[in-house]
Design a binder for this molecule. Structure first.
Ligand code: NIG
Ligand code: FE
Length: 411
């Protein structure tokens, strides 16, 4: 099966050599070809170029993309899409004056979602999550990381991870799983957090790693959740079991979580709404990807990650949704890209690099995803007829996507 997309107004993120990450000033560059074609065979990009140079290419199916832009699908490197039910009451409570912290302190928040999830069957949890995944694919996401973390018991965490495994099997998009065992201190351990961290390191991590249900280890390193010492124990144990850290840090407070991530060679450190100069320095000497989650900042009305400062310091930056029921009930990467431009002052080129190739890096898959490169997976977005790619973030809140191709097939 072959697919030829021709007369493409502009083909974006064309990388001849197989780059894996884009940093600093290079993020301002988004290589493209005007009036282009793209040839796909089975699930792989095999050729592309200018329509002026098109030979007599044959294909089983031809799409005419006149007036439309083609780009790699979004790589969403941070989500919690496996969850049960919703938390719209907490949303209303926040409108009426409570803070995210107030809600957590009275037993809501993550604990609320954990209770719902514990009382939901695996089948129901799968069905709820599959609807979300289907919707985000239609919004252009072609690779996604999904975290556990609403289980808070071994049984419920395993249930979440099995659901992620089933999504991986049933859907054509790339799915990466992360064990977020330490997301909040469960009610039963309220006065004995250390005992819960003991459970995480002595039982949860070994068992989950043994069942090969996860690629990464995560922890919510934050005041009122898990401190630096807990984080270190969890990352160290994760590493010993072959799990690479991808962690929640600096969402509300900066106290060295970034450095701890870097110490354990985290693939990414995510959130970063609160950053110290030290955090930026420590990232400079690392291969760790900083990840910003602007729709979380939008929804909670908290500061945006200082993306400008990070990029201007020569660092890379990835953008992800953080799709979850508490802080970001949205998995729309188009909104993320727009919000990064509007609120974080990233250029469209920087935002698209951050949401494609750098997102792929933050999932350890940039050798196969995140750019238009021969040999990479044929996951692309075909837009509607739009005047330019800057129009996508500019005309925010509107769906500019006409078709999504996953593994060479129209989704
Ligand atoms: O990334 N900050 C920690 N975890 C999620 C929110 C979890 C929730 O509120 O349910 C986040 O924002
Ligand atoms: Fe998160």
């Amino acid at each position: 099966m072959s697919l030829l997309i021709k007369n493409i107004k502009e083909l974006l993120q064309v990388r001849e050599s197989d780059i894996s990450v884009v940093k600093g000033k290079d993020m301002r560059v988004l290589p493209s070809i005007n009036n282009a074609y793209l040839l796909i065979e089975h699930d792989t990009i095999v050729d592309y170029g200018s329509m002026d140079d098109i030979q007599n290419l044959e294909a089983d199916k031809i799409i005419d993309a006149s007036g439309k832009i083609v780009l790699p699908t979004w790589c969403d490197s941070h989500t919690h899409i496996v969850y049960a039910g919703n938390r719209e009451q907490e949303f209303v409570d926040r409108i009426n004056g409570l803070s995210y912290e107030d809600i957590a302190n009275r037993g809501g928040g993550i604990l609320n979602s954990a209770e719902k999830l514990q009382n939901t069957s695996e089948e129901d949890l799968y069905q709820q999550s599959a609807i979300r995944l289907k919707n985000v694919i239609k919004l252009g996401t072609g690779a996604i990381e999904i975290k556990s973390g609403y289980g808070l018991t071994i049984e419920a965490e395993l249930k979440m991870l099995r659901v992620i495994k089933r999504l991986k099997k049933e859907f054509p998009v790339k799915v990466k799983a992360t064990l977020l065992a330490a997301h909040a201190v469960p009610k039963a351990y309220k006065n004995n957090k250390t005992a819960f961290v003991d459970l995480v390191v002595n039982k949860m991590i070994p068992e989950v790693a043994n069942e090969k249900l996860t690629n990464y280890i995560d922890v919510f390193c934050e005041k009122g959740y898990f401190d630096l010492e807990d984080t270190e124990r969890i990352l160290k144990t994760g590493r010993e079991h072959g799990l690479i850290p991808k962690i929640h840090v600096n969402q509300f407070n900066a106290f060295g979580g970034v450095g701890m991530g870097v110490k354990y060679q985290a693939l990414s450190v995510d959130h970063l709404e609160q950053m110290d100069l030290e955090d930026i320095e420590v990232l400079k000497n690392s291969d760790t990807m900083p990840v910003a989650l602007p729709s979380c900042s939008y929804f909670l009305s908290i500061p945006y990650t200082p993306g400008r400062q990070l990029i201007d310091a020569g660092l890379p930056l990835a953008l992800a949704t953080d799709y979850n029921p508490g802080s970001t009930p949205s998995g729309n990467m188009n909104f993320v890209v727009s919000t990064a431009c509007i609120k974080m002052k990233m250029t469209p080129e920087e935002a698209i690099n951050a949401a494609t190739i750098n997102g792929a890096y933050a999932m350890g898959i940039s050798n196969m995803y995140g750019s238009i490169t021969k040999g990479k997976k044929a996951n692309v977005i075909i837009t509607k007829e739009i005047p330019s790619y800057a129009f996508m973030p500019y005309a925010f809140g509107e769906n500019h996507i006409e078709q999504v191709i996953i593994n060479g097939l129209i989704y």
